[in-house]
Design a protein around this ligand. Structure first.
Ligand SMILES: C[S@@+](CC[C@H](N)C(=O)[O-])C[C@H]1O[C@@H](n2cnc3c(N)ncnc32)[C@H](O)[C@@H]1O
Length: 317
């Protein structure tokens, strides 16, 4: 099989550097979650998905398996299927035979994993045209290879929208209407509000994989941005902030220390935090309201019987 052409628009080191410098200069300090996903981070996330405590992945998979045929009936076959944050590409496989898309466009910032998962899909579904795009989906995407006459289905699994602040999520959804077009649809997964203990456990697994994933962002600063930082000087913290309706992940400084990036020095006292990720949880109606305000209607939502997780079909209103 010939190698797939990767449409490569990975953000430059200079632009990642700018985001990191701005984040470390902020109070409290923040780092963008997209930095988690270098090769090791992507592998660690695959392990998180298999953890007994991490209910979202298996619940989402069960919902998709159960309703794939109905999803295809509602969204139509022969579409251009775009997947945002496609990762290991596990979930799309549950839909492909039902949807029979004309073209599959996985979009992810993690280049090595994207290339491998797109090649595996192309090999396993030899009737499918696959166009992997390595890019930051928060920036304008160059997708001029998609024929104009093909309707589009945008798949955004993994409850990754939860990483955005609600106002950012709304703006992001508004922008996606440019991707779906008026005739297209969006299939998007949202983790639901539930017993906070269940959520806390999912982000504090007993094997320490989520901790390793969180700390890996500092290895990334070392390897890709030549930062001087000691990952052992930090510990993982994750908790459900009930008032805000989100899980917060932090790296807590174990001692007074400095991080040096691009010649700039950032000081952290003992106990100070670098906020690495939010993962917002929604009620079904709360998310539908957000989607409505972003210009969508919600013809269908699927959940599991324990109301842990939801998959929404949205159409431009
Ligand atoms: C939470 S993981 C979900 C992976 C997979 N979709 C799943 O459901 O298991 C988020 C995925 O989105 C990708 N990602 C995160 N931020 C991104 C960005 N700004 N642009 C493109 N991809 C991004 C990551 O590389 C990762 O594969």
């Amino acid at each position: 099989m010939s190698e797939l052409r990767l449409h490569d628009y990975h953000p430059s080191s200079a632009s990642l550097m700018q985001e990191v410098l701005a984040g470390l200069a902020a109070t409290p300090k923040v780092l963008p979650p997209k930095l988690f996903y270098d090769h090791r981070g992507a592998q660690l996330f695959e392990r998180i998905c298999e953890l007994p405590e991490y209910y979202p992945t298996r619940t989402e998979i069960a919902i998709l398996e159960r309703h794939a045929e109905e999803i295809a009936d509602l969204t139509g076959r022969g579409a251009c299927l775009l997947e945002l944050g496609s990762g290991a590409g596990v979930k799309v496989r549950l839909l492909l035979e039902h949807l029979r898309p004309k073209m599959y466009v996985p979009i992810d910032i993690s280049r090595t994993q994207l290339r491998a998962s797109a090649e595996a899909v192309a090999q396993d579904y030899d009737w499918l045209e696959v166009h992997p795009v390595c890019a930051d989906y928060c920036r304008p995407l160059r997708l001029d290879f998609i024929p104009d006459d093909t309707h589009r289905l945008v798949f955004f699994p993994g409850s990754t929208l939860g990483n955005f602040e609600p106002a950012e999520a709304r703006a992001f959804l508004e922008n996606l209407r440019g991707l779906t077009g008026d005739e297209g649809a969006l299939l998007i997964s949202i983790d639901l509000k539930k017993d906070p203990k269940r959520i806390d456990d999912a982000y504090n697994d007993s094997a320490g994989v989520t901790a390793a994933f969180n700390l890996n962002i500092l290895n990334r600063l070392q390897c890709d941005l030549d930062a001087e930082v000691d990952p052992d000087g930090f510990r993982h913290q994750a908790f459900y902030n009930r008032r805000a309706g989100r899980v917060e992940m932090h790296l807590i400084s174990r001692r007074p220390q400095t991080i040096v990036v691009d010649g700039r020095t950032f000081h952290l006292d003992e106990g100070k935090t670098i906020h690495t990720e939010n993962s917002y949880k929604y009620d079904v109606e709360e998310f539908q309201d957000l989607a409505r305000r972003a210009g969508y209607r919600s013809p269908r939502v699927w959940t599991d019987s324990d109301a842990l997780f939801s998959v929404h079909l949205l159409r431009p209103a």
